[in-house]
Design a binder for this molecule. Structure first.
Ligand code: KPL
Length: 331
């Protein structure tokens, strides 16, 4: 069996940690704050399934700032070591803006010869940043549509079943090396109850998710509405269509082939997640930094580099930035 290290105990980090731990694989959490590390070490993790059914897990805990420090509690280390005879997967479940060179160095400190780093982030550009410290062939990219809501420092709620697609960051020969590891990862994610797939065109999937997030999330944050409401408001629907058209033009300029009719997919996502508050709306409400830079900001940067103008994305970008600074000014 493999060994897992989850970096980041947010909504998705807790979801993956609890479900994986319950299959019997060894799971540890690596978190930044000492307070959160002690809480998880003392009381374990909790995952609310379907709003009522609670799953718990007691992973071991490590401090990210010093990978040699393990916070005691949960499963005994000796047991973990005994069960881990396969690869080591580090699932990186922090927001994209938390990926710094310092974090990349901490991750490198946790890696052994059979370690693979799985990036779950929205947006683009983080893998390139990580690749400055971590060998690119060790980086796997994942796109997930699993939905989760953070309830506390040790608890989250699984709000929607989705799909997870895994691919290599690098192409060609090096990607072959990771084939066995990727297959194992997909199998173990399936065992944990996640619908998972190997992908040969992960880049296109990442772009697809980026463009969907860029069309939905800023609008829900600006209008303070649930995802489904965007389909009911005339002006919002038009603007969302414009965001999709501009996103498609950007993807074309970068030679990215998108798999589906994006406008249809965006409306389907709004219908499927109609009662959900998007992650950007949640972040804004909780006064956390949003993913506007990772999502819309990265698209605007690529647009600038290729001489394209994305007027609607530029406007929603500025509006979300204004909302973020209004929150900060009210503090
Ligand atoms: O992925 C999402 C999010 O909340 O981040 C949705 C709203 C489902 C699509 O953008």
């Amino acid at each position: 069996m493999s060994r897992y290290t989850l970096i980041g105990a947010g909504a998705l980090g807790i979801l993956f940690a609890v479900r994986l731990a319950r299959t019997g694989v060894s799971v540890e959490m690596a978190v930044r704050r000492e307070e959160q590390a002690s809480l998880i070490a003392g009381r374990g993790l909790s995952l609310l399934e379907a709003g009522e059914h609670e799953l718990v897990a007691e992973p071991s805990v490590r401090l990210l700032s010093d990978p040699t420090v393990r916070v005691r509690g949960g499963i005994k280390e000796a047991e973990d070591a005994g069960r881990a005879d396969g690869p080591h997967f580090i699932i990186l479940a922090v927001k994209q803006h938390a990926i710094t060179l310092e974090l990349a160095e901490s991750i490198r400190g946790l890696m052994g010869p059979d370690t693979w780093v799985v990036c779950l982030q929205n947006g683009i550009g983080h893998a390139e940043k990580l690749a400055r410290s971590i060998h690119p062939e060790r980086l796997l990219l994942a796109v997930t549509t699993e939905a989760a809501l953070r309830l506390s420092d040790r608890a989250s709620s699984h709000t929607g079943q989705g799909e997870t697609h895994i691919g290599s960051f690098t192409d060609g020969l090096e990607a072959q090396l990771s084939q066995a590891a990727k297959k194992k990862l997909v199998k173990e994610l399936e065992m944990a109850g996640f619908r998972s797939f190997l992908s040969n065109n992960i880049k296109s999937r990442i772009w697809q998710k980026l463009l969907i997030n860029a069309a939905i999330n800023p609008l829900t944050a600006i209008l303070q509405v649930h995802n489904g409401t965007l389909l009911e408001l005339d002006g919002a629907l038009e603007l969302m269509h414009e965001l999709v058209n501009e996103g498609t033009r950007l993807a074309e300029a970068y030679g990215i082939g998108l798999e589906n009719d994006l406008w249809l997919t965006v409306r389907e996502v709004c219908t499927r997640t109609a009662a959900n508050r998007s992650s950007m709306l949640q972040d804004l409400g909780a006064e956390r930094p949003t993913e506007i830079e990772a999502i819309t900001g990265s698209m605007l940067e690529l647009a600038r580099e290729s001489g394209l103008e994305l007027r609607s994305h530029q406007s929603v970008y500025l509006l979300v930035k204004a909302l973020e600074s209004r929150k900060a000014a009210n503090d």
